[in-house]
Design a protein around this ligand. Structure first.
Ligand SMILES: [Zn+2]
Length: 344
């Protein structure tokens, strides 16, 4: 496994020190599986200001479509051939079709009755139960033998910096026969990796990171937690790989609990940096894709300027699809690791 780093150096004349030469190092890193590149640059202190959450919650609660008084009256239902119940309800969680679908089979899962839950207060039990509700939906699609029930994906945009327009905690849930861009790239690269190495890429990745140590976070059940070598997010990405399984529908209730617990550990660590928003995606193979391993990626999000609402994604990321991370992943790992060494 190759962790390729291309080192760069910028020379500039520093006006704060009599125009003396100043050298600024940066790196380009290549993801060992896909070759996708990320820049480690623009080094800054990973510390952000949080907004006034009480004000944000008050301002958005009145018209919120996901609050209990509205969620079962203004959200749509699935037709009976897809889901005879129309919506899935489990305690205070509700899953229903997305009015603005991304796919033929596109749903939203509201994670509970509470309008706003700060990131550090998202309980692992609530996250696991919400994932479980999504799996109930996916199993119904399998039972209905829907032709688009191939890749079963859960995405999470939490709070506005991540792209979410509704602060009430919810998941984007969809199934389709066409894998999204990066997942498709991974699927084909993982297939090629197995052909050339005779092994599964993620098994090798976990083994390599575990023995090297610098980006390894820990293990919960059969989930392994890592800091990404070539992150997409400005404050690094956290990756969780589940041993042995290839796709979402193979996750057990214990796996869901372990994934949820690890996510809350990452959230607690990033909360210490003032981060209050993230994206999280499931990356899944189709049934029988032995060359793949189910994994999820958690990527913290922030505003560059809270006052202006400036996103942390600019032209480099948006149009070149180049990752930009503002600290070395190994240093970020040091800030996350104490949370992962906690007793379970
Ligand atoms: Zn709400």
């Amino acid at each position: 496994m190759e962790f390729t780093i291309i080192s760069k150096e910028t020379v500039l004349l520093n006006p704060l020190q009599d125009m003396q030469r100043r050298r600024v190092a940066s790196e380009i890193r290549l993801d060992p599986l896909t070759g996708r590149s990320s820049r480690i640059c623009h080094f800054m202190k990973l510390q952000w200001e949080k907004p006034d959450f009480a004000q944000l919650a008050d301002r958005t609660a009145a018209g919120c479509p996901f609050c209990p008084e509205r969620v079962t009256t203004i959200t749509p239902c699935f037709p009976p051939e897809i889901l005879p119940e129309g919506r899935l309800v489990s305690e205070d969680r509700v899953l229903f079709p997305n009015l603005a679908p991304y796919e033929a089979l596109s749903a939203v899962a509201v994670m509970g009755a509470e309008h706003f839950i700060p990131m550090a207060r998202l309980a692992p039990e609530r996250i696991a139960a919400s994932f479980d509700l999504c799996l109930t939906f996916f199993r119904a699609l399998q039972r209905a033998k829907h032709p688009e029930s191939v890749y079963h994906m859960i995405n999470w945009n939490y709070m506005p910096p991540s792209g979410s327009s509704i602060i009430h905690p919810h998941l984007q849930v969809f199934a389709g026969s066409f894998a999204p861009n990066l997942m498709r790239l991974e699927l084909s690269a993982a297939h090629a990796y197995r052909e050339s190495h005779g092994s599964n890429y993620w098994d090798d990745l976990v083994a390599a990171e575990r023995s090297a140590g610098g980006r390894y976070l820990g293990r919960i059940g059969r989930t392994s937690w890592l800091s990404a070598f070539a992150p997409m997010g400005i404050a690094g990405d956290v990756v969780a790989v589940v041993d042995d399984i290839h796709c979402t529908l193979e996750l057990t209730p214990d796996d869901l609990a372990d994934l949820a617990l690890g996510l809350t550990r990452a959230m607690a660590a990033y909360d210490d940096m003032g981060i209050f928003s993230f994206n999280m995606n499931f990356f899944t193979g189709a049934a029988g894709d032995d060359h793949y391993r189910l994994h999820l990626v958690f990527s913290p999000r922030a505003y560059f300027s809270q006052a202006l609402g400036t996103p942390d994604v600019g032209a480099l990321q948006q149009l070149y699809r180049e990752g930009v991370c503002m600290a070395f992943p190994e240093e970020i790992n040091q800030r996350l690791k104490p949370r992962f060494s906690a007793e379970r």
